[in-house]
Write a protein of this length. Structure first.
Length: 315
Protein backbone atom coordinates (compact mmCIF):
# COMPACT_ATOMS: atom_id res chain seq x y z
CA UNK A 1 0.00 0.00 0.00
CA UNK A 2 1.17 3.55 -0.79
CA UNK A 3 2.67 5.09 2.37
CA UNK A 4 0.46 8.16 1.99
CA UNK A 5 -2.65 5.98 1.77
CA UNK A 6 -1.55 4.11 4.89
CA UNK A 7 -0.99 7.39 6.71
CA UNK A 8 -4.41 8.62 5.55
CA UNK A 9 -6.05 5.47 6.93
CA UNK A 10 -4.37 6.06 10.31
CA UNK A 11 -5.40 9.74 10.36
CA UNK A 12 -9.02 8.85 9.50
CA UNK A 13 -9.19 6.28 12.31
CA UNK A 14 -7.80 8.81 14.81
CA UNK A 15 -10.10 11.57 13.53
CA UNK A 16 -13.10 9.24 13.84
CA UNK A 17 -12.54 9.21 17.61
CA UNK A 18 -12.71 13.01 17.86
CA UNK A 19 -16.47 13.26 18.60
CA UNK A 20 -16.07 10.70 21.39
CA UNK A 21 -13.38 12.71 23.19
CA UNK A 22 -13.96 16.37 22.21
CA UNK A 23 -17.70 16.56 21.60
CA UNK A 24 -17.81 20.10 23.02
CA UNK A 25 -15.68 21.28 20.09
CA UNK A 26 -17.48 19.33 17.36
CA UNK A 27 -18.14 22.43 15.22
CA UNK A 28 -14.42 23.24 15.23
CA UNK A 29 -13.73 19.72 14.00
CA UNK A 30 -16.29 20.10 11.21
CA UNK A 31 -14.72 23.41 10.16
CA UNK A 32 -11.23 21.89 10.09
CA UNK A 33 -12.37 18.98 7.91
CA UNK A 34 -14.34 21.17 5.51
CA UNK A 35 -11.41 23.54 5.07
CA UNK A 36 -9.06 20.59 4.65
CA UNK A 37 -11.29 19.27 1.86
CA UNK A 38 -11.76 22.66 0.18
CA UNK A 39 -8.06 23.47 0.44
CA UNK A 40 -7.05 20.08 -0.96
CA UNK A 41 -9.49 20.60 -3.84
CA UNK A 42 -8.13 24.12 -4.44
CA UNK A 43 -4.60 22.73 -4.37
CA UNK A 44 -5.29 20.64 -7.49
CA UNK A 45 -5.63 23.89 -9.42
CA UNK A 46 -3.67 26.41 -7.36
CA UNK A 47 -0.85 24.14 -6.19
CA UNK A 48 -0.39 21.34 -8.71
CA UNK A 49 -1.41 23.33 -11.82
CA UNK A 50 -0.08 26.67 -10.56
CA UNK A 51 -3.27 28.68 -11.24
CA UNK A 52 -4.01 31.00 -8.31
CA UNK A 53 -7.79 31.14 -7.94
CA UNK A 54 -9.47 33.59 -5.59
CA UNK A 55 -13.00 32.62 -6.55
CA UNK A 56 -13.47 29.12 -5.12
CA UNK A 57 -16.17 30.38 -2.78
CA UNK A 58 -18.37 30.28 -5.89
CA UNK A 59 -18.13 26.47 -5.94
CA UNK A 60 -18.78 26.29 -2.21
CA UNK A 61 -21.84 28.51 -2.66
CA UNK A 62 -23.00 26.53 -5.67
CA UNK A 63 -22.96 23.27 -3.70
CA UNK A 64 -24.65 24.82 -0.67
CA UNK A 65 -27.36 26.56 -2.70
CA UNK A 66 -28.24 23.54 -4.82
CA UNK A 67 -28.61 21.38 -1.71
CA UNK A 68 -30.71 24.06 0.01
CA UNK A 69 -32.92 24.76 -3.02
CA UNK A 70 -33.28 21.05 -3.76
CA UNK A 71 -34.47 20.38 -0.21
CA UNK A 72 -36.67 23.46 0.29
CA UNK A 73 -38.31 23.79 -3.14
CA UNK A 74 -38.15 20.37 -4.79
CA UNK A 75 -37.95 17.94 -1.85
CA UNK A 76 -34.73 16.41 -3.20
CA UNK A 77 -32.56 14.32 -0.90
CA UNK A 78 -29.17 16.01 -0.34
CA UNK A 79 -27.19 13.20 -2.00
CA UNK A 80 -29.04 13.80 -5.29
CA UNK A 81 -28.60 17.54 -4.93
CA UNK A 82 -24.87 17.06 -4.33
CA UNK A 83 -24.54 15.01 -7.51
CA UNK A 84 -26.30 17.78 -9.44
CA UNK A 85 -24.07 20.39 -7.80
CA UNK A 86 -20.94 18.44 -8.75
CA UNK A 87 -22.09 18.12 -12.37
CA UNK A 88 -22.93 21.84 -12.60
CA UNK A 89 -19.61 22.75 -10.97
CA UNK A 90 -17.69 20.63 -13.45
CA UNK A 91 -19.40 22.28 -16.43
CA UNK A 92 -18.95 25.74 -14.90
CA UNK A 93 -15.24 25.11 -14.30
CA UNK A 94 -14.66 24.02 -17.90
CA UNK A 95 -16.46 27.11 -19.28
CA UNK A 96 -14.75 29.33 -16.72
CA UNK A 97 -11.33 27.87 -17.59
CA UNK A 98 -11.81 28.26 -21.35
CA UNK A 99 -12.68 31.92 -20.82
CA UNK A 100 -9.84 32.76 -18.44
CA UNK A 101 -6.86 30.44 -19.01
CA UNK A 102 -5.64 32.80 -21.72
CA UNK A 103 -4.89 35.24 -18.90
CA UNK A 104 -1.68 34.93 -16.89
CA UNK A 105 -0.41 35.96 -13.47
CA UNK A 106 -2.60 38.32 -11.44
CA UNK A 107 -5.05 38.76 -14.33
CA UNK A 108 -6.30 35.19 -13.97
CA UNK A 109 -6.72 35.67 -10.20
CA UNK A 110 -8.68 38.89 -10.78
CA UNK A 111 -10.92 37.13 -13.30
CA UNK A 112 -11.81 34.46 -10.72
CA UNK A 113 -12.85 37.17 -8.26
CA UNK A 114 -15.03 38.74 -10.94
CA UNK A 115 -16.82 35.48 -11.79
CA UNK A 116 -17.42 34.70 -8.11
CA UNK A 117 -18.89 38.19 -7.70
CA UNK A 118 -21.19 37.60 -10.68
CA UNK A 119 -22.50 34.45 -9.01
CA UNK A 120 -23.14 36.37 -5.79
CA UNK A 121 -25.13 39.01 -7.69
CA UNK A 122 -27.12 36.32 -9.49
CA UNK A 123 -27.97 34.71 -6.13
CA UNK A 124 -29.12 38.08 -4.77
CA UNK A 125 -31.23 39.10 -7.79
CA UNK A 126 -32.83 35.78 -8.72
CA UNK A 127 -34.98 35.69 -5.60
CA UNK A 128 -37.60 33.39 -7.17
CA UNK A 129 -35.03 30.57 -6.98
CA UNK A 130 -32.42 31.54 -4.39
CA UNK A 131 -34.51 33.56 -1.95
CA UNK A 132 -32.52 36.67 -2.89
CA UNK A 133 -30.75 38.59 -0.15
CA UNK A 134 -32.97 36.84 2.42
CA UNK A 135 -31.39 33.48 1.61
CA UNK A 136 -32.71 29.93 1.80
CA UNK A 137 -33.49 27.96 4.95
CA UNK A 138 -33.30 24.15 5.05
CA UNK A 139 -36.18 23.08 7.27
CA UNK A 140 -36.33 19.34 6.72
CA UNK A 141 -34.07 16.61 5.41
CA UNK A 142 -34.68 12.87 4.96
CA UNK A 143 -33.28 10.50 7.59
CA UNK A 144 -31.59 7.59 5.76
CA UNK A 145 -31.52 4.52 8.04
CA UNK A 146 -32.79 6.76 10.85
CA UNK A 147 -29.71 9.03 10.70
CA UNK A 148 -30.42 12.68 11.54
CA UNK A 149 -28.48 14.80 9.03
CA UNK A 150 -28.93 17.89 11.22
CA UNK A 151 -27.00 16.19 14.04
CA UNK A 152 -23.52 17.70 14.42
CA UNK A 153 -21.85 14.33 14.94
CA UNK A 154 -23.37 13.06 11.69
CA UNK A 155 -22.17 16.21 9.92
CA UNK A 156 -18.69 15.67 11.37
CA UNK A 157 -18.44 12.19 9.88
CA UNK A 158 -19.78 13.48 6.55
CA UNK A 159 -17.03 16.11 6.56
CA UNK A 160 -14.45 13.48 7.53
CA UNK A 161 -15.42 11.27 4.58
CA UNK A 162 -15.30 14.31 2.30
CA UNK A 163 -11.81 15.36 3.46
CA UNK A 164 -10.57 11.76 3.16
CA UNK A 165 -11.91 11.48 -0.40
CA UNK A 166 -10.19 14.68 -1.55
CA UNK A 167 -6.85 13.66 -0.01
CA UNK A 168 -7.12 10.12 -1.43
CA UNK A 169 -7.76 11.53 -4.91
CA UNK A 170 -4.71 13.80 -4.57
CA UNK A 171 -2.58 10.84 -3.51
CA UNK A 172 -3.72 8.84 -6.53
CA UNK A 173 -3.08 11.74 -8.90
CA UNK A 174 0.40 12.39 -7.47
CA UNK A 175 1.66 8.97 -8.61
CA UNK A 176 0.04 8.94 -12.04
CA UNK A 177 0.63 10.53 -15.42
CA UNK A 178 -1.86 13.33 -14.78
CA UNK A 179 0.06 14.39 -11.66
CA UNK A 180 3.35 14.62 -13.57
CA UNK A 181 1.63 16.57 -16.32
CA UNK A 182 0.32 19.06 -13.76
CA UNK A 183 3.80 19.56 -12.32
CA UNK A 184 5.28 20.00 -15.80
CA UNK A 185 2.70 22.63 -16.74
CA UNK A 186 3.17 24.44 -13.44
CA UNK A 187 6.96 24.53 -13.68
CA UNK A 188 7.33 25.41 -17.38
CA UNK A 189 4.47 25.51 -19.87
CA UNK A 190 6.78 25.87 -22.88
CA UNK A 191 8.80 22.81 -21.88
CA UNK A 192 5.60 20.88 -21.23
CA UNK A 193 4.32 21.73 -24.71
CA UNK A 194 7.64 20.59 -26.20
CA UNK A 195 7.10 17.26 -24.44
CA UNK A 196 3.70 16.87 -26.10
CA UNK A 197 1.52 18.10 -23.22
CA UNK A 198 -1.38 20.46 -23.89
CA UNK A 199 -1.31 22.90 -20.91
CA UNK A 200 -4.86 24.13 -21.47
CA UNK A 201 -6.35 20.62 -21.45
CA UNK A 202 -4.38 19.67 -18.33
CA UNK A 203 -5.45 22.83 -16.49
CA UNK A 204 -9.08 22.37 -17.54
CA UNK A 205 -9.07 18.85 -16.10
CA UNK A 206 -7.56 20.15 -12.85
CA UNK A 207 -10.08 23.01 -12.68
CA UNK A 208 -13.04 20.71 -13.33
CA UNK A 209 -11.94 18.21 -10.68
CA UNK A 210 -11.19 21.02 -8.23
CA UNK A 211 -14.62 22.58 -8.79
CA UNK A 212 -16.46 19.25 -8.49
CA UNK A 213 -14.80 18.38 -5.18
CA UNK A 214 -15.25 21.90 -3.78
CA UNK A 215 -18.97 21.82 -4.64
CA UNK A 216 -19.30 18.49 -2.83
CA UNK A 217 -17.89 20.11 0.31
CA UNK A 218 -20.20 23.08 -0.27
CA UNK A 219 -23.19 20.76 -0.15
CA UNK A 220 -22.10 19.44 3.25
CA UNK A 221 -21.49 23.01 4.38
CA UNK A 222 -25.05 23.90 3.36
CA UNK A 223 -26.42 21.13 5.59
CA UNK A 224 -24.12 22.29 8.39
CA UNK A 225 -25.30 25.91 8.17
CA UNK A 226 -28.98 25.08 7.39
CA UNK A 227 -29.35 28.69 6.27
CA UNK A 228 -27.70 29.90 3.04
CA UNK A 229 -27.25 33.63 2.49
CA UNK A 230 -25.38 35.04 -0.58
CA UNK A 231 -23.32 37.67 1.22
CA UNK A 232 -21.82 34.97 3.47
CA UNK A 233 -21.53 31.96 1.17
CA UNK A 234 -20.06 33.87 -1.83
CA UNK A 235 -17.82 36.04 0.31
CA UNK A 236 -14.38 36.87 -1.13
CA UNK A 237 -12.94 36.31 2.35
CA UNK A 238 -13.86 32.61 2.14
CA UNK A 239 -11.98 32.27 -1.15
CA UNK A 240 -8.95 33.98 0.37
CA UNK A 241 -9.09 31.74 3.46
CA UNK A 242 -9.13 28.63 1.27
CA UNK A 243 -6.13 29.88 -0.73
CA UNK A 244 -4.24 30.94 2.42
CA UNK A 245 -4.83 27.52 3.97
CA UNK A 246 -2.94 25.92 1.09
CA UNK A 247 -0.21 28.57 0.87
CA UNK A 248 0.55 28.26 4.58
CA UNK A 249 0.34 24.48 4.56
CA UNK A 250 2.32 24.03 1.36
CA UNK A 251 1.22 24.38 -2.28
CA UNK A 252 1.63 21.32 -4.47
CA UNK A 253 1.97 18.94 -1.52
CA UNK A 254 -0.39 16.18 -0.43
CA UNK A 255 -0.67 17.04 3.24
CA UNK A 256 -0.05 20.78 3.16
CA UNK A 257 -3.72 21.82 2.82
CA UNK A 258 -4.77 19.63 5.76
CA UNK A 259 -1.92 20.96 7.92
CA UNK A 260 -2.86 24.53 7.00
CA UNK A 261 -6.52 23.86 7.84
CA UNK A 262 -5.65 22.56 11.31
CA UNK A 263 -3.36 25.52 12.02
CA UNK A 264 -5.62 28.29 10.73
CA UNK A 265 -9.00 27.05 11.96
CA UNK A 266 -7.82 26.00 15.40
CA UNK A 267 -5.68 29.12 15.94
CA UNK A 268 -8.57 31.28 14.73
CA UNK A 269 -10.89 29.74 17.34
CA UNK A 270 -8.28 30.06 20.09
CA UNK A 271 -7.52 33.70 19.26
CA UNK A 272 -11.23 34.55 19.07
CA UNK A 273 -11.64 33.24 22.61
CA UNK A 274 -8.42 34.63 24.08
CA UNK A 275 -8.09 38.02 22.39
CA UNK A 276 -11.74 38.96 21.65
CA UNK A 277 -11.76 41.95 19.26
CA UNK A 278 -7.99 41.80 18.72
CA UNK A 279 -8.17 38.24 17.40
CA UNK A 280 -7.93 39.26 13.73
CA UNK A 281 -4.76 41.25 14.39
CA UNK A 282 -3.08 38.32 16.14
CA UNK A 283 -4.37 35.96 13.44
CA UNK A 284 -2.89 38.19 10.74
CA UNK A 285 0.47 38.37 12.51
CA UNK A 286 0.55 34.55 12.75
CA UNK A 287 -0.10 34.23 9.00
CA UNK A 288 2.61 36.82 8.23
CA UNK A 289 5.18 35.06 10.45
CA UNK A 290 4.48 31.66 8.90
CA UNK A 291 4.78 33.03 5.36
CA UNK A 292 8.05 34.85 6.15
CA UNK A 293 9.68 32.00 8.06
CA UNK A 294 8.28 29.16 5.91
CA UNK A 295 7.88 30.57 2.37
CA UNK A 296 7.15 27.10 0.94
CA UNK A 297 4.56 26.41 3.62
CA UNK A 298 4.79 24.09 6.60
CA UNK A 299 4.80 20.79 4.72
CA UNK A 300 6.55 22.34 1.71
CA UNK A 301 9.56 23.36 3.82
CA UNK A 302 9.67 19.97 5.49
CA UNK A 303 9.65 18.18 2.14
CA UNK A 304 12.33 20.53 0.77
CA UNK A 305 14.65 19.86 3.72
CA UNK A 306 13.95 16.14 3.47
CA UNK A 307 14.96 16.07 -0.20
CA UNK A 308 18.11 18.13 0.45
CA UNK A 309 19.12 15.83 3.30
CA UNK A 310 18.50 12.76 1.13
CA UNK A 311 20.76 14.01 -1.66
CA UNK A 312 23.38 15.26 0.82
CA UNK A 313 23.61 11.77 2.32
CA UNK A 314 24.02 10.24 -1.15
CA UNK A 315 26.85 12.66 -1.90
Amino acid sequence: MNKHMLFLAVVVVIAALYPLTLSAYITVGISVLLFAGWATSWNLLGGWAGQLSLGHASFVGLGAYIVAIGASQFGLAPWWSMLIAMAVAGVLAVIWGKLTFGLHGPYFSLSTIAIAEIMRLVAINEGWLTGGASGVFIETLPEPFGIDLFDKTTQYYMALVYAAITIAITILISTRRFGYQLKAVRDNEEAAMAAGIDPTVVKLKAFALSGVLTALGGGIYGIFLSFIEPHIIFNLLLSIQIALTVIIGGRGTIWGPAAGAVLLVVSGEVFRTAFAQANLLVYGVLILVVILVLPRGIVGEYMHKLVRRKYANRA
